[in-house]
Design a protein around this ligand. Sequence first.
Ligand code: NDP
Length: 332
Amino acid sequence: YRRMVLASRPVDKPDTTHFRLEEVGMPGVAAGQVLVRNRYLSIDPYMVGRMYTTQSYAAAQALGETMVGETAGHVIASQHPDFQIGDAVVGALGWQEYGVSDGTNLRRVDEQRAPLSAYLGMLGMTGVTAWYGINRICRPVEGDTVLVSAAAGAVGGVAVQLAKAKGCKVIGIAGGEQKCHYVTRVLGANACIDYRPLASKEALTEEIFKHAVDGVDAFFDNVNGWVLDAAFPAMSLGGRIALCGMIGRYGNRSMQLLSHHFLLLSRLTAQGFIVWDHVGEWGRAVDELSDLMDGGLLRSEETRAFGIEAAPHACLGLLAGKNVGKQLVQFY
Ligand code: NDP
């Protein structure tokens, strides 16, 4: 079967030559192990950070080893008491078509409740990240104005819908007219700012104020850098900022924050979080997300690439904004 390894580290911008596709033999299954045929691979921005030795909260990806990543698939052989052939499972088996697990971090999921791929998106890390940032940090109440960056992306798209479901006025920030159209028409945001044609951070601040004349009560930020900097002056007194991601800094770009004095002036609270630190809340989050999905209040949007050979391109495509909703690779 095939697997993708990190062949070399980027010095500056990452590209597909940093990956290598390898053919390896099928592994045996020892006592206490299961063999999984992976159907979907989750593509996440942290993977770009891991290609470097610095700048990420995740440890660096080892060279020559299978790229790390979350997968969903089915058990095809088992010597483990908790798993049977045919079980649908989600785990971190990496960028490979098959994977062996000893059951650690492998969880059975219910395909009757939701399609398998949803457990990597809305009902997986993506959905829980949005849920945590909105419910535990942004804490918006009905009538609040909520700003979400990378609003057409996987986490951002869920955050928009969760804030909307709470009766908030939601303003998205996304790249391009089409995405903004999607954020307002499909996800239901009240407005969406296309940041790409804007020449400066001041212009973005002005755009935010146009839609949030009384300021932004809560900001769910996936981008950091100049987008975060542009939002500081537009925050209302006592506003909350969930620092979820910094995709604006990935690909080895650094960006200075110049307006953080508004943290003090406007008595803001900005809190960073990593969803894996809150596994105790996952069950509740997934239940709530699943109820909202059943009630038609949450749409699970996906962009799929096909075949493991497409994974590097899909991964780097996140930096270019090629995806709408959750980026997945489907193996078969
Ligand atoms: P997305 O689906 O949002 O994909 C990334 C999107 O970011 C792109 O589609 C693109 O949209 C936008 N983007 C890329 N480069 C830039 C840039 N330079 N400036 C502005 N926007 C950019 O990915 P996820 O939903 O998976 O992740 C969103 C964020 O959440 C990431 O920063 C990620 O690291 C973070 N995250 C954090 C977690 C946590 O525990 N804290 C857990 C999971 C994710 P556009 O076309 O609109 O520019």
